[in-house]
Design a protein around this ligand. Structure first.
Ligand code: NAD
Length: 254
């Protein structure tokens, strides 16, 4: 059990990669604080964990709202006494080239994907600094490293998360805190299914185009990213600090 006696808070863990990570982390012995904006989906994740014999608590909250996320962190600490791992996973998609994106849509993506990493970190870090231990995993994307058509706002946020990860690592290394980033390629989750449906006349053809950009013939699954997140969360990655970890079927490399 790689996360025995650890307490993990995963934002956006009602669905996709976050949910898969919550289930895996619980199987590896962690007590998992499941956070999501969506109450139904978040509750389902926590219930699945408990039904399988694991330890989980669902706390509804919005990663862009300081009071909401402070409440989540305070309740998690009250329930479990500590937070060892924060996985800043929640995020939303954004489609369009710069001239196409309306300011409100731009701000929404920036808000969830960047403020939504900053705020939970801000609330959890004083506790981690005090306990002189912590692991933070920030969700970037391989899009931070490559140019993709009509993904301006989303690319901007994921590049920012990578830079923020490095900056945080320098600031918090003296407190025994490691901060690393995940850079997935295309992973089949509700997020991607929705993006394909709303952005392309022919989603099947778009999927084919995505596969052609990869070296792998398979598309990524949430479990592929969850396994990488588990590695970053565990002591097995103790020499990784401020690093990007690619789980992209060879998109960036290729
Ligand atoms: P998903 O849509 O399946 O899950 C995201 C979850 O975040 C949802 O349950 C949603 O309710 C929650 N959420 C959204 N806004 C929130 C908020 N303000 N506060 C709290 N929770 C909120 O998406 P996914 O594909 O699992 O993506 C998870 C993360 O991985 C995102 O940051 C995404 O950008 C990133 N990512 C995904 C892919 C991919 O191909 N799926 C690739 C690279 C990076």
């Amino acid at each position: 059990m790689r996360l025995k006696n650890k307490v993990v808070l995963i934002t956006g863990s009602g669905s996709g990669i976050g949910k898969s990570s919550a289930l895996l982390f619980a199987r590896e012995g962690a007590s998992v604080v499941v956070n999501d904006l969506d109450e139904t989906k978040g509750r389902e994740t926590a219930e699945e964990i408990v039904q399988a014999g694991g330890s989980a608590l669902f706390l509804q909250g919005d990663v862009t709202d300081p009071e909401s996320i402070r409440g989540v962190v305070d309740q998690a600490l009250a329930a479990f006494g500590k937070i060892d791992v924060l996985f800043n996973n929640a995020g939303i998609s954004g489609v369009g080239a710069v001239h196409e994106v309306e300011p409100e849509a731009w701000d929404r993506v920036i808000n969830v994907n960047i403020r939504g990493v900053y705020l939970p970190s801000k609330m959890v870090l004083p506790h981690m600094m005090n306990q002189k231990f912590g692991v933070i995993i920030n969700m970037s994307s391989c899009i931070a490293e490559i140019g993709l058509a009509r993904r301006a706002s989303y690319s901007a946020t994921k590049g920012a998360v990578l830079s923020l990860t490095k900056s945080m690592q320098v600031d918090y290394a003296p407190y025994g805190i490691r901060v690393n980033a995940l850079l997935p390629g295309t992973i089949l989750t509700p997020f991607v299914e929705q993006y394909l449906k709303t952005s392309y006349d022919n989603p099947e053809e778009a999927l084919h185009g995505i596969k052609k950009r990869q070296l792998s013939e398979e598309l990524g699954k949430p479990e592929d990213v969850a396994l990488a997140a588990l590695f970053l969360a565990s002591d097995e990655s103790k020499f990784m600090m401020g690093s990007p970890l690619y789980i992209d079927g060879g998109v960036v490399f290729g």
